[in-house]
Design a binder for this molecule. Sequence first.
Ligand SMILES: [Zn+2]
Length: 730
Amino acid sequence: MSERSQLPWYRRVYRWGQTNLTEIDPIRYDPFWWREQWQRTHVEGIIVNAGGIVAYYPSTYPLHHRALYLNDRDLYGEIVAAAREEGLAVLARMDSSRADERFYLEHPDWFAVDAEGKPYREGELFVSCVNSPYYDEYLPAILTEIIERSHPEGITDNSWSGLTRERICYCPNCTRKFQEATGFRLPKGKDWDSPAYRQWITWNYARRVEVWDLNNRTTKEAGGPDCLWIGMNAGDLVSQSQRFRDYRAICERAEIIMLDSQARTNAKGFQSNGEMGKLVHGILGWEKLIPESMAMYQSGQPSFRVASKPEPEVRLWVVEGVAGGLQPWWHHIGAYHEDRRQYRTAESLWHWHAINQEYLVNRRPVATVGVVWSQENVDFYGRDAAEDRVSLPQRGVTNALIRARIPYLPIHADQIEPSDDGLRLLILPNLGALSDAQCDRVRRFVEAGGSLIASGETSLYDEWGDKRSDFGLAELLGVHATGAHHGSERAVAEAWDAWGKHTYLRLSPELRGQVLGPQVGIEPPVIGQRHPVLTGFEETDILPFGGRLEVVRAEAPMISPLTLIPPFPIYPPETAWMRQATSSLPALVLNETSSGSRVAYLAADVDRCFGRDNLPDHADLFANLVRWALNDQIPLRVTGAGLVDCHLYRQEGRLILHLVNLTSAGTWRAPVHELIPVGPLRVEVRLPPGVPGQSTQFLVADRPGVASLAADWVRFEVPSLTDHEVIVIE
Ligand SMILES: [Zn+2]
């Protein structure tokens, strides 16, 4: 502990709490009660509203709108003083994004306007322009005022990055600065193929990084080298892109990331929280901290700001976040609630976290699979269809891996190394936009003996989203693009009875050398040995598909265990029979290189199909493919019924395994009503050198485990898993 107390606050504070003040709170904030709540929940830091849209202290800036009931009181300062008495770190909260009409009338040129010069508004407020003196002069003055009054550890900001990508600001500052920086006039609208629009996108990104740096210069000048400005960042890449927040550039300059990702969505599931933790740690560093705002109120769809979120729903979000390396931060809207149940939610979880914190930070993930991502792919390939093109294939891959209990890591396309910390397989889920340099990185990884699975349009575009004449990775994948495709990538493409989605995949009867060519008629019963990627499908010769298939020309010799069955009618039922039993179009092409690498190209987007349609066949097929490509190099085996998300980490001399029971989430929609235990689960973990595996300790059940050792593996049983378990193997 003494060593930890020497660390700066951004490396030492593991649990946070935030009472997000509303304008009425100056007359109802109960300082004694909240101090007790800080103690009950073992927080080490709090986030307190200071200024921005609403000031909670008597600011000397007359346009800085004071909370309705504040008058001359310094509620912010009083809360800071109480926190200091409790020994807590304090972050002052801002919101830079907008101001009231009074402000707009005095400084109309500080606010974002449309092409007609009309201000962009959010409700009654006006959106401030990131290129105006509001950001360059006014906000730095406010930051300085806050720091000089109360010396917080740093400053967060609820909404700091200005207008989203959907709206272009035509104010005089933007017009002038854009022309000076790029030589172009501001684009008239969205046009991903126009150089001016592309420059507008990158210019916007660069400005947000400038704002980040400017604010940090300001806070450090006013409050010393550890007084950081840390904004807030989103829990998914599409949101970051919408807001021009370059996650990599931000992480390169950040000591800590405050993650504003308060709840799950049905589409993404709880697992998205663990994944986001690992994705951000991957670019930020595993020695740093990523507190995440976790809503104690009913956030999401629908939202009820002052009602309690069902406890099991919060619980699973929190334990998934902790499993992904995030630090818990409770969040209430308003300082007084008639629904008092929300005050109990954090207590036991934060308490457990405090007892076991040494196992929950400063660790490295153990995985042999890397799922590759990049934000420029979200922007310039995803464009306005990022959900279909980027998110669904990504989600399909990671959900299939979680379902198969295969540990994986998100890995940035610029960070692929030939022998990366135990990674044996890279998965590129429809990663359309890859630069030449990124393609080279993938090639070097495979040349060094790594394996590869790529799907769909992977590498068919450069970093600007311009289409190449062939896949950038054509030689490696053993296929060439033809420019044609079957089916659609879109989630809602056609009516249910359209033929276009009524397609299937045919399973090749032969282990090798599938004979391709148009055949009409009925396929004879399948005999012979199939390729291992088709394991488990012995009782079927077809799989449902319904997705998009890239038409590729394969290089001989190739192994193609799956081919497309072209569409046929679905309605009326009398017509629903297969006109053509198969086609010459490969859905999957497999290669093995002389260096032992296994390379799979999925022309059929079963990854996206699983992300969208949730059919178990697609996940099983993908998991088979991963096992084949890895040649069984998986450090973990977990058997037993249930949907269990497994996260494996390493610290000096020990392994740490998180098991999160998502079975309850899988049975219904958000929110979870009750937790359903699963178990027993049989667990086998491969021991790396330096981890003897002599002892196991269950951190949730709070008891030692009973384990056996065989070769390099430790085996034990988890009798029952309700929400989560964390097992320390030493
Ligand atoms: Zn502007």
